[in-house]
Design a protein around this ligand. Structure first.
Ligand code: GLY
Length: 441
């Protein structure tokens, strides 16, 4: 059995562990004792280290001690810190983008400029801003065209730095003030002004070996904290796929547009000598005029990965090896033909930190016996088989498959009612029929 090392400890890494344990030995470096990952490690005779997954040297040392065959690096900070580069330099096989390849995620100006070069027809209006004068002139141009603005810092901000007009910034003056604040904060970073797109946001993740890319089922994520998309933005309260690769609001032409964009990105990176294997994650908008680009990530999304990897039939370990070896075109990738819904349970205060540890109980066996999945994220198990939250982030997720998203959504709501005890909250409406009916352009 090949030994795979997972870097990180969220719900996403838990689902990697669950998939890998089918036919590989699971190893992990984590910052807390994630109960799902630990179970997968123990069931497959692997090992784990509580350490810093963002530190290339710690990951390298643990990979060497455990004589790991493949390391899968997939979260933004380890990728941006060059964990893959350090592993490859030391002859350890690593799947995931190098620091250079993942610039597409950690540098928003690089990614939109790349899009403007290779896919101008799919790129919204934007301005790159280096100083106050450019900010003033740039905003004047948006105003004269009556285009609302999204302001993005150039670098990674954990989803907290992007502000949208008129939700977070009421008018052009507030945009100016926020833009200036960003310019003052980091003198070496630029600011991006982008057209606010009108339509439906969705994600398509593609598996790539640097030459070929295979698109996974498209996902629709619920970023807002409360039912009916109210409340603050979060990392994602839940997500669905529908069985078909396309979402109901996407046409064949839309799908083709996404394929063209993703393949052109991989071709352009290859032509520039950038080695990229792993996941290219495309954030798009379906607008009245077709598909528009929003952002790229160079990794699986969370919760999006929980959906797509639950419906993946192909061996995940074999798939990762094919990405590393550049043999994606020889690998048949198949999916269960069912809808999938994921819902995260979180503390009342989330996305803000909660003051207290919350203790909860869940009958994972009963839930799994009913055909659903339980994925732990920001919590640990205590000696009484209860679980304690870590006061921040999403705590655990439930996953269900169904003939449609409504059926899967109801299964999760019922399982939580029956088998979960504790003061955590979730969104009942994720994947519901009513919620899908609203998704019209
Ligand atoms: N769900 C958003 C992300 O993973 O970045």
């Amino acid at each position: 059995m090949k030994k795979f090392l997972i870097v990180g400890n969220g719900g996403r890494e838990s689902v990697f562990a669950k998939c890998l344990m089918r036919d590989a030995a699971v190893y992990a470096i984590m910052s807390h004792e994630n109960p799902t990952i630990i179970e997968c490690v123990e069931n497959t005779g692997g090992a784990y280290l509580i350490g810093n997954p963002n530190n290339p040297k710690e990951v390298l040392d643990f990979a060497k001690i455990c004589t790991i065959d493949y390391v899968f690096v997939n979260s933004d900070q380890p990728l941006a810190n060059g964990v893959v580069d350090v592993l490859l330099e030391n002859n350890i096989k690593a799947i995931g983008g190098t620091k250079k390849a993942t610039q597409i995620e950690w540098d928003k100006i690089y990614s939109i400029s790349l899009m403007q070069k290779i896919c101008p027809e799919y790129t919204p209006f934007y301005k790159v801003i280096s100083n106050e004068e450019e900010l003033k002139n740039g905003l004047e141009e948006f105003k004269s065209k009556s285009i609302e603005v999204v302001i993005k810092p150039q670098g990674l901000t954990g989803g907290k730095g992007v502000k949208v007009m008129p939700i977070h910034l009421k008018n052009y003056q507030e945009c100016y003030e926020y833009g200036k604040e960003l310019l003052d904060q980091k003198s070496d970073e630029k600011v991006l002004l982008v057209e606010k797109l009108k339509g439906i946001e969705f994600t398509i993740m593609g598996l790539t070996d640097g030459k070929n890319i295979s698109l996974m089922p498209a996902t629709y994520d619920y970023p807002y904290r409360l039912e009916n998309d109210e409340g603050p933005g979060t990392g994602g309260m839940g997500c669905f796929t529908v069985g078909d690769k396309k979402l109901p609001f996407l046409t064949d032409e839309d799908w083709r547009s996404c394929e063209i964009i993703m393949q052109r990105v991989i071709d352009e990176m290859g032509a520039s000598g950038i080695k990229f294997n792993g996941v290219l994650n495309g954030g798009f908008f379906k607008t009245e005029n077709g598909i528009q680009f929003m952002e790229f990530n160079s990794r699986f999304g969370d919760p999006e990965s929980l959906n797509v990897l639950t419906v993946l039939k192909t061996s995940f370990s074999e798939l990762l090896i094919s990405l590393y070896e550049g043999k994606l075109s020889n690998t048949e990738i198949t999916y269960v033909n069912k809808a999938s819904v994921v819902k995260y349970l979180v503390a009342k205060e989330y996305p803000f930190a909660s003051p207290d540890v919350i203790t909860f109980e869940i009958d994972t066996k009963a839930i799994e016996d009913e055909g659903l999945g339980v994925i732990f994220a920001s919590c640990v198990k205590d000696s009484n088989n209860k679980y304690n939250t870590l006061k921040s982030s999403r705590v655990l997720a439930l996953i269900a498959l169904g003939e449609n998203t409504d059926e899967a959504s109801i299964k999760i709501n019922k399982a939580i009612e029956k088998y979960f005890k504790g003061k955590l909250e979730y969104r009942k409406d994720i994947g519901s029929r009513e919620s899908l009916e609203k998704l019209k352009v």
